[in-house]
Design a protein around this ligand. Structure first.
Ligand code: HEC
Ligand code: HEC
Length: 286
């Protein structure tokens, strides 16, 4: 290795280390600024809250009863209710409920991102809520897989497909969810789900879980659907595929028609019946 090459290698190591530490920094959810609404936005947000939430939670957020007469928790003065919780319930379509507000299987998202932003900021201001919507950076899917297996799989299934009766409740799928939704759910612990604090799951591990679930979601979209299989089967299929390719190459290599005899004398092997007949007619003496 020349001196110049060694110097280049040295610089590559330094740059790689810099990028790695930057990625680690990005891996921590940063605290986003609590949003300030303009007066026009505030008016629009108030209208959405009144029509989509106040019917059950009350104009002052004090809770009460649903139109069907079932109890509704307060949003104001409720220590469980924070900015990420309010944002989360709208992201996943849990609120406003498309059907029975107690039935967590109905997850039709009724508000778009802009409406959600307005309602979250409005409710935060009106009811003086703490917390903020997190941002999540890059994580490591390999670590994420382990953290998920240890903390989440018992309720959401090993590949996050949901539906498992965890703690006696139906659980939603957690694949195809954006990292913010995952981060919010882990910290908040919505409804029957337990929340996890920073000692139990660190911010960097949240990014890792999100990276793992993203990989699972992407793979679930492949036509072969190999992820639905357990990874052992999936690698079995990969080995089978490689085997087929190798065998095909042997067969191809064994066909003299495609690899003419270097002596230049056509052997006649590998020719079709019609080609052989044509040749026989050309050289009747042979
Ligand atoms: C049809 C009535 C209804 C409407 C409309 C509704 N909610 Fe709810 N909400 C409920 C009920 C009932 C619960 C409790 C459900 C449970 O415990 O399973 C609840 C729970 C919540 C919780 C969790 C509270 C806690 O203590 O765990 C939040 C946050 C919430 N709603 C926010 C909203 C927001 C924001 C809107 C408007 C976008 C909204 N809800 C619209 C009935 C409603
Ligand atoms: C004891 C069972 C349990 C455990 C453990 C658990 N969850 Fe949940 N999780 C639930 C239930 C139940 C819900 C649905 C709550 C509701 O809306 O009624 C939920 C909701 C969620 C949601 C929101 C999805 C949606 O559509 O509403 C996400 C994301 C999520 N969990 C991720 C996780 C992750 C990541 C972990 C591990 C760190 C985890 N959960 C651990 C039971 C669990």
């Amino acid at each position: 290795m020349s001196r110049r090459h060694r110097a280049l290698l040295g610089w590559a190591v330094v740059v790689a280390a810099g990028v790695a530490s930057l990625m680690a920094q990005l891996g921590r959810p940063a605290v986003a600024q609590t949003e300030q609404l303009t007066s026009a936005e505030r008016t629009r947000a108030g209208i959405i809250y009144a029509s989509q939430c106040a019917t059950c939670h009350g104009a002052e957020g004090t809770g009460g009863v649903t139109p069907a007469g079932d109890p509704v928790p307060a949003l104001a003065g409720n220590p469980d209710v924070t900015v990420p919780y309010v944002d989360l319930v709208m992201r996943v379509g849990r609120m406003p409920p498309a059907g029975d507000p107690y039935d967590n299987r109905s997850r039709e998202v009724l508000l778009d991102a802009e409406q959600r932003r307005l309602v979250t900021a409005y409710v935060a201001e009106e009811f003086d809520l703490g917390g903020s919507v997190p941002t999540v950076g890059e994580g490591n899917p390999v670590t994420g897989r382990e953290v998920f297996a240890a903390n989440c799989a018992q309720c959401h299934g090993s590949s996050g497909a949901g539906g498992v009766a965890g703690a006696g409740a139906w659980t939603p799928p957690v694949v195809n969810k954006d990292p913010v939704t995952i981060a919010e759910a882990i910290r908040v612990g919505p409804f029957q789900m337990p929340g996890f604090n920073n000692q139990q799951i660190t911010d960097a591990e949240i990014a890792d879980i999100a990276a793992f679930l993203e990989v699972v979601s992407e793979e679930a979209g492949t036509p072969a659907g190999l992820v639905e299989l357990n990874p052992v089967y999936a690698s079995g299929f990969a080995a089978l595929f490689v085997g087929i390719v190798v065998i095909s190459l042997f067969i191809i290599a064994g066909r003299p028609k495609w690899f003419p005899d270097p002596s230049g004398q056509p052997t006649g092997r590998g020719l079709s019946r019609r080609q052989r007949k044509a040749r026989a007619e050309q050289e009747p003496a042979a």
